[in-house]
Design a protein around this ligand. Structure first.
Ligand code: F0G
Length: 459
């Protein structure tokens, strides 16, 4: 069925193009650290056949939309993946039979009626990437890059991580029968994530440094040992991570929302989503790009500083601090790609405080969704953008929630117990915080005591 619609779909059609100097190389000739030998920048996957309108390799927009919808009813395992369902837009494998999948993607797009009403916006949605198999958006990029590792015959894969990449990598490696090495900053990742790496059988090394330090160590290791690097410097990660953009476009019947708001850490995700929308527009699947904004935590905001000083043309690494440990990153690898996405789409880059993150997270919880702290920066950022008049009431806005609420239960419990934030951090916001807090209380084991608690809370 597929072959006639998309000729050549099982061919490996890609090459790598340096984002800095434009040098082009074949996929298999990239260095183990995925840096360009000419200029040291990162690569991007490109598909030369798409550039020519008459090319057989150029996918046909109308046929693709039909095919992707048909696959929802397919019984083939690959079609059940919300990444490989769109495989014509990521022809990176010699054989799709090498794909390692856990049925990632196909994540829900939820309406957020309460937050929308509070903000005076008509259409507000959350694309919940925390609803992936290992509980974060990393699964969509791990299925693509780890499949490349398997196809190229690697025995070991590795990543430095603030927790979610390592959880995803460990799971996909285990499914593929590969060994995985995880480098994490000691004491600075959420327990839920650490437990996943252990559960899925990774060799987990906790280093006495931060994420940026782990990344530096790993970059040296992969230059010496035959280990495949699975951080988002690996361009194949971004190929999977661009597919939520396709899901969003499909969910809006190929009329894209006005504005997409994404958390920023190492800046791979914003880069990938921007690439997804850009390619869809080039192929005629959509007619315009959404505005893409990136939100960082105030204590880990190198991109915000970069835009404030030189509109994203340079970046100064910084020592990062935030309780949103997933985005505690001071030297983001993909900053140049993300800066381009923001510039090209006329997006915003801004930061939010620890208290703003905690409040936004509790509000998303109160809508019955929940997410991890790093994801909540999106709602906190939207509130700021709305307050400064940068978002109109008629706009359709999508928040990208990147991780599941159970990833960092300690954070949630501390918030509701009132022990998360220091006094000076919550100054001026005490009323909002008190209104959102739901402490678990100790109640006597009698119906009368529980009924009394019920009465008290309905008053
Ligand atoms: N949200 C969550 C839940 C994350 O885990 C991350 C990154 C981000 C947002 C930021 O995305 O790095 O693409 O800008 N976590 C990485 C990790 C760094 O190791 O799990 P980004």
């Amino acid at each position: 069925m597929n072959g006639t619609l998309t000729p050549g779909m099982n061919d490996n059609l890609h090459q790598l193009r340096c984002f800095g100097c434009g040098a082009r190389i074949s996929g298999s000739s990239a260095k183990p650290d995925f840096r360009c030998v000419e200029c040291g920048d990162l690569f991007e996957v490109e598909y030369p056949g798409w550039a020519q309108r008459q090319s057989h390799d150029r996918p046909n927009a109308g046929a693709l939309k039909w095919l992707w919808r048909e696959r929802r009813c397919s019984s083939e395992a690959l079609d059940h993946s919300g990444v490989w369902r769109f495989r014509e837009l990521l022809p990176i494998l010699d054989s799709f039979g090498n794909a390692v999948t856990l049925r990632e993607g196909n994540t829900p797009l939820y309406a957020l009626p309460r937050a929308a009403a509070a903000l005076g916006i008509d259409q507000l949605f959350a694309k919940h990437q925390g609803m992936n198999p290992t509980g974060s958006f990393k699964d969509t990029g791990m299925t693509s890059a780890l499949s490349v590792a398997r196809e190229r015959g690697f025995q070991w894969v590795a990543c430095a991580s603030t927790g979610n990449t390592s959880a995803a990598m460990a799971a996909y490696a285990a499914r593929a029968g590969l060994r995985s090495l995880v480098l994490i900053p000691e004491g600075k990742i959420a327990w839920g994530k650490l437990s996943q790496a252990m559960d899925y059988g990774a060799l987990t090394c906790q280093l006495k440094t931060d994420f940026d330090g782990c990344m530096r160590v790993l970059t040296e290791i992969v230059r010496e040992a035959p280990i495949y690097l699975l951080n988002s410097v690996n361009p194949y990660r971004l190929e999977g991570q661009k597919t939520p953009a396709i899901e969003i476009a499909e969910a809006f019947d190929w009329n894209v929302p006005d504005h997409l708001i994404v958390p920023g850490g190492n800046l791979g995700n914003s880069s990938a989503l921007g690439k997804g929308f850009r390619e869809m527009r080039e192929l005629g699947l959509i007619s315009r790009m959404p505005r893409i904004s990136v939100i960082q935590a105030e204590g880990a905001n190198p991109l915000v500083r970069s835009f404030a000083t030189c509109h994203g043309s340079e970046i100064q690494p910084m020592e990062a601090h935030t309780r949103a440990t997933a985005i505690r990153i001071g030297s983001p690898a993909s900053w140049r790609k993300a800066a381009r996405v923001v510039q090209d789409t006329d997006g915003w880059v801004l930061d939010v405080t620890e208290a703003e993150i905690a409040i936004a997270k509790a509000e998303l919880g109160a809508e019955g969704l929940g997410c991890e702290p790093a994801s909540a920066v999106t709602l906190a950022g939207l509130k700021k953008l709305r307050a400064q008049g940068s978002v109109a009431s008629g706009e359709t806005v999508v928040l990208v929630l990147t991780g599941h609420t159970l990833k960092d239960a300690d954070y949630t419990i501390e918030f509701h117990r009132g022990t998360l934030l220091r006094k000076e951090e919550s100054a001026g916001l005490e009323e909002q915080i008190t209104h959102l807090r739901r402490e678990a209380r100790s109640v006597e084991a009698t119906p009368a005591a529980v009924l009394a608690a019920l009465k008290e809370s309905t008053q």
